[in-house]
Design a protein. Structure first.
Lengths: 404, 404, 404
């Protein structure tokens, strides 16, 4: 492996050469390479499908000083945000786009966000990405926990700049591109979590894999929670779009969502006054725990499949925010350890798991862009295969009776 | 119009050439031009009065990374602060200065401010400008609103960096200089406000105009509030200085201000232990809604006139903070939609107006430096003309009985 | 004196030349010199012991944009942090190190810290330095004060970037190096404190002096508090390490610390589940008020002596955080005006002193690395000399009965 810092300084090499690694950010060295770019050409890689990876700094407004990394694998253009916990802002592929149009247009520097504002809703000041990690100390709606302290909406990791960012390109076919970032949640006496996030794209493929490894570096067990808050708007989301998953139980998050329970699989068009309906899903999985959810457009010729594993992420939140376009017309497909209730409501549900001292937890998700009827149908067939003849319980009552 | 990015890249041009526009910041492009300067000379403009516009970045302390724009129109030197919501730090003109000496000396980067601190008084950590916009989501003292959430002092816009900054210079006499900045208040589910602030100076004139356009980009009506918190200290403010305005009703903000009601028009010198007295004023206006307030020094040979329109800004807060010099000896002349009570107290007064979905609200103010007895007298005559023979009600009781 | 800005611009000079001064940061000029270095060589100083002073900017994670100054006096390498209130991150000297290993590894930019988070414990997100100033507006545990406002843990000064940073090198033997930084705590209506911090190192000496001058620039008296939170981990701290001080009274901070009272002078090794024990000490002093505390390792051949003056800092907090290494194995030797209770508990104890309008308070501390048995013994002898035959009261009950 060749390890290079920044623009290509060769640090070491070993035979056989199998990957080129670039360190773009490393707090241990106080290093940030600044604007930076490599491509299959510049690397001398003979990929049939040219690719490139670029890091650049944004300016202006509340995005001042934010770094993004744009990976173009020849088929997809993915924008990652090291400054925001290695979140994925968007993924473009041909006419399709994974992502959505939030009223929040800038990619907001956490320096300008106060998570405690609006009673713990400050996270909403920067919410506009396709993939937001909601964790890992806690997740869910803000609430005063049993210790008397406010836990703000969806935790802190997405508003934490990555401490290390590395790009690795395999030097053997299919020349996979890996962008890894370490995001630390460290607070003396409270938290010593370190997460190696990882995204892998293979040149030419209309899919990518997220592989994260959360480690509790403390000498004490601790609670943790994570929701992989994947968000999809137009063009996939539209009136008549559908969501499919192998469902063991689905229930409304709150009283308002009760009336949407029977039609949970279909989406409305942009609907003024709709606000949001949220559903809590216990998915079925195959013998290995693998399962998926599929969003398809009305014509059934475009969509996205989200694969995950219930041993890692046992529950699925479905967020249907089919309000107006300007308000943020979007649906969330959100595998997680937990639902979106505040922590004190999830603990009795058994959805605030423990990570032991020194333990690591792995989370693997795969997002596949479905670009024609065949690909959509293949994904739906996978859903059916997992569901089989097993029944779906439509539970009418929310799991938690929230105070009014 | 010629549109140039930064140091002068010509993007397009049309005949006849009428203005040169420079884009200094644009988040849509991720652009910030950095340090930058133009002058009438460098633009090849044959103005009899040379002028210049300069953008520069400040460093050190809590002002690290703050950008200021200094406009010198030959008569006034105005310092604008894009990083702080396009606020105006100060305006100097000969021996006079619009502005004041706050104990807060640095122009503070919002990254270092937590508006929620001290029970919602964090805004005070950065308060030192001549013109502060207090809005637009809400204004006034901090308080827990009816929704159970704390609204921090005077809203968030002044602590929001501008997303777009443009400088335009008319290429025909009188070669007016326009500095426009767009400041966005965007929070998913809560706010989708975008304000184009604008300041215009004409070379040689001892006056400037503020023209702001607030747009609710949401598909829903929302509340809004704004106070144009204009602040003036020495040398205009001194013992015996006077404030004049056509007043329909004036009342003390709270019990403490009751005893200052009768002498509301005159100022004390720096007075230890005075703290502040605040008065709520309903101004008279002319048939078009135009009105003004005039601050003059003791000799009546220097002052400032603040013109505004009651159709846009129906009420006027007068803030007399004639405490010691070091404490911040200053008076606020503050046209607004609202007084300085917290939101829940203003709603019953009808002072929390609505901005409809897609609606824009315009706010135009003019600040004129009065440099001799003649200019002062002319402004006072305008006050008298609006007041005419209409009576002034001195209301003894505050509009709101605040809890002790 | 020669005064130079940044890389050596000569501003003025006077005969005889006695010191070279460099202005590295000055908010009044909007100045930051960026990366910068001088050495005895580059200064043409004929010191037998070469020395250097370097300023550099860190990148990545939550340390993005943090500046550090590394002073190498030939014997010690000290890392100062202007961005964090001129705190001292660590001091290395041969095999020894003053400092500790916090789970928080980065030197965190205050822009990424919200002191109000976790109920006022946000300070813990950045706590990892050898010397943290806890003040000056208030100190101690978070708590809602009598005014109804939350005072966050240990005040704000350590999370305030320095407004002015100056390096001075004496040009006559022993060529002392002075790093001075002004840190302002300024909030309109609340605080107008300005502190000139100062650190002096003499080339070749294994000791340094902290000389701070706090000035209340307001026209009003105000409360103030300060704890010099000096923190020491391995290798000095280990099982069997000892703390010595001339003690008039020592009492447990809370009920948990009661059981550690009798063994207050000795340390456990890293102990899972220990958490922390805190003791409140009233030290004896000599006729001038001078006193000290000495930490020594088990073998008694290495340690640190902390000298202070009880007229400035009348009480001493001893913090024994002998939990596991990963949790942050550390002891705090913390001379202060106050203990670590929240403000409302300290006021009845008389430990919330007043600083008058315009008054300055001086705080001088000296930290000496003890590198052999002789140096340790000499320091212990100084402790004994102050203690003499005076008794030590072991008070069993905490001074404050905290609510459960």
């Amino acid at each position: 492996m060749k390890v290079r810092i920044g623009m290509g300084l060769l640090l070491c090499c070993a035979l056989p050469l199998q990957a080129a690694e670039f360190v773009l950010v490393d707090t241990a060295q106080g290093l940030d390479v600044g604007n930076w770019k490599v491509s299959s050409d510049s690397l001398g890689i003979k990929s049939k499908i040219p690719f490139s990876i670029e890091k650049k700094r944004l300016h202006g407004g509340r995005q001042e000083g934010v770094d993004v990394i744009v990976v173009d694998n020849g088929t997809l253009q993915m924008t990652l945000v090291p400054t925001r916990g290695m979140g994925i802002y968007e993924v473009r592929g041909g006419d399709l786009r994974l992502g959505w149009e939030s009223p929040v247009k800038e990619i907001v520097n956490p320096a300008f966000i106060d998570l405690e504002s609006r009673g713990g809703l400050g996270w909403l000041d920067g919410f506009n990405e396709m993939l937001v990690r909601c964790g890992y100390e806690w997740t869910g709606h803000p609430g005063v926990d049993d210790d008397g302290r406010l836990k703000s909406l969806h935790g802190r990791v997405q508003n934490t700049p990555a401490s290390v960012v590395r790009v690795t390109v395999d030097e053997t076919p299919p020349y996979a591109i890996h962008v890894r970032g370490r995001v630390d949640e460290k607070t003396f006496k409270f938290s010593d979590l370190s997460t190696w996030t990882g995204v892998t794209l293979v040149p030419g493929e209309a899919a990518f894999t997220v592989e994260d490894k959360l480690t509790n570096q403390a000498d004490y067990d601790n609670e943790y929670q994570i929701i992989y808050h994947g968000n999809f708007g137009a063009p996939l989301l539209e009136e008549g779009a559908r969501i499919s998953a192998p469902v063991k139980q689905i229930s409304p998050f709150n009283d308002y969502a009760r009336k949407g329970l029977d039609s949970w699989q279909t989406y409305l068009g942009p609907t003024k006054g709709f606000d949001e309906m949220v559903f809590n899903i216990v998915p079925y999985s195959d013998a290995k725990g693998n399962t998926l959810a599929v969003l398809e457009n009305r014509a059934g010729n475009a969509g996205v499949a989200v694969d995950f594993n219930v041993k890692q992420l046992p529950v699925l939140t479905l967020w249907k925010n089919t309000d107006t376009l300007q308000q943020g017309y979007v649906t969330g497909i959100e595998p997680g350890t937990s639902y979106a209730y505040s922590t004190k409501y999830q603990r009795p549900l058994g959805l605030v798991p423990t990570i032991k001292a020194g333990e690591s937890k792995h989370f693997t998700l795969r997002y596949q862009l479905l670009r024609d009827k065949g690909e959509v149908q293949a994904a739906l067939d996978r859903v059916k295969a997992v569901q089989g003849s097993q029944p779906t319980e439509l539970r009418r009552d929310p799991l938690v009776q929230l105070p009014h």
